[in-house]
Design a protein around this ligand. Structure first.
Ligand code: SAM
Ligand code: SF4
Length: 347
């Protein structure tokens, strides 16, 4: 089903407000914690993951959560992971979500490796657009950062997304000291000829493993990243945000077609405009990426109660999760999560 056939947002429930007055209407759905890459700051190299465990929500359960979320007032949905495209039923998941009346925006965050074969079926199933993760254009640097990755294959995936109409293309580049930090101007240069949005992301420490330690020891502030880009191209021109919840501060290299953005959760937190919540692949609502608190949804989905009672419980958990959403994180003061890693929550 295409987006045009969905009911207009004006005819459905407005998004719920949390205790700080923020309208929370955006749900990121992690559909797997598996991945075909092992980025240094996200996932341990040693992790073996051949198949999803039985705890992971099925396509039908994900659809049920989305229906309940729409009833509560959520409008925007994004599939993430792990790598969402490693799930064999990813096209079915997209089709199910896209067909839920009231879903206003459906996007995906991906490393694009599987997009040459999947971009068109995903678009036909109702996916609107993608954010693609690409940390470097260099054949030598990229596999150091995005272990098992290949810059040319990711670029092929991006082209497939463009050809299929999964636009506008946004790129996520996580900046890591001593790895890709000296190449940020090369990434920014992509926006001169292309209508792409290249966003530079500060490392966040999630979980208690080597990836979290590296995210601290190899942190690069976007103040430095921006300075490197400006020393190459001169001053950047500000671009007005499309919405108050846009976490990216956006600029244009003078004369460029595309946009350069900075996502700075550590040096410039944007919690005040946060409009999102997360569902983990094993069915827990995460109130904030940078807090360990979560609420169990899988238990409600699999309780064995009658359908109406199960849906009521899911809606009620969602409402409670919205009202319990914390005001912000304390990364600047050195506090960080101890529970899940990034690939287990979804960025
Ligand atoms: N596999 C997909 C991908 O890489 O885009 C989707 C999941 S990944 C967890 C989502 C995003 O999280 C990535 O695009 C990457 O930019 C970001 N990310 C992963 N680990 C991070 C970290 N430690 N700090 C900041 N961003 C991170
Ligand atoms: Fe996989 Fe994305 Fe994590 Fe990289 S950032 S390991 S591509 S889930």
């Amino acid at each position: 089903m295409k987006h045009e056939t969905r009911p207009s947002v004006a005819t459905v429930t407005p998004g719920p407000k949390d205790q700080f007055g923020r309208v929370i209407d955006y749900l990121r759905l992690s559909i797997t914690d598996r991945c075909n890459l092992r980025c240094t700051y996200c996932m341990p190299l040693s992790r073996a993951d051949a198949a999803d465990t039985p705890e992971v929500l099925t396509a039908a359960e994900i659809e049920t959560v989305v229906r309940c979320a729409v009833d509560v007032g959520f409008r925007k949905f994004r599939l993430t992971g792990g790598e969402p495209t490693v799930r064999r039923d990813v096209v079915d998941i997209v089709r199910r979500i896209a067909s839920v009346p009231g879903v206003g925006d459906l996007a995906m965050t991906t490393n694009a490796l599987r997009m040459p074969e999947l971009a068109r079926p995903l678009r036909d199933a109702g996916l609107g657009r993608v954010n693609v993760h690409l940390d470097s254009l260099s054949a030598t640097t990229l596999p150091r950062v995005m272990r098992l990755g290949d810059a040319d294959r990711i670029l092929d995936g991006i082209r497939a997304c463009e050809d299929a109409g999964l636009t506008p293309i946004k790129l996520n580049a996580v900046v890591v000291r001593g790895m890709n930090d000296v190449e940020v101007a090369d990434m920014a240069r992509l926006t001169i000829e292309r209508d792409w949005h290249v966003r530079f992301i500060e490392l966040m420490p999630l979980g208690a493993g080597d990836e979290a330690r590296l995210s601290v020891t190899h942190f690069v502030s976007n103040v430095d990243t921006r300075a490197r880009i400006e020393s190459e191209f001169g001053g950047l021109e500000p671009v007005a945000p499309k919405s108050a919840s846009d976490e990216s501060e956006n600029f244009r290299i003078p004369g460029a077609r595309g946009v350069v953005g900075f996502i700075s959760p550590v040096s410039k937190p944007y919690c005040g405009g946060c409009n999102r919540m997360r569902l983990t692949a094993d069915g827990r609502f995460h109130l904030c990426l940078l807090h360990d608190d979560d609420m169990d949804v899988r238990g409600a989905l699999r309780s064995g109660a009658a359908e109406d009672a199960r849906l009521d419980r899911v809606r009620s958990i969602l409402r409670r999760a919205v009202s319990a959403k914390p005001t912000g994180h304390r990364l600047d003061a050195g506090f960080h999560t101890r529970g899940r890693r990034m690939h287990q929550i979804g960025g």
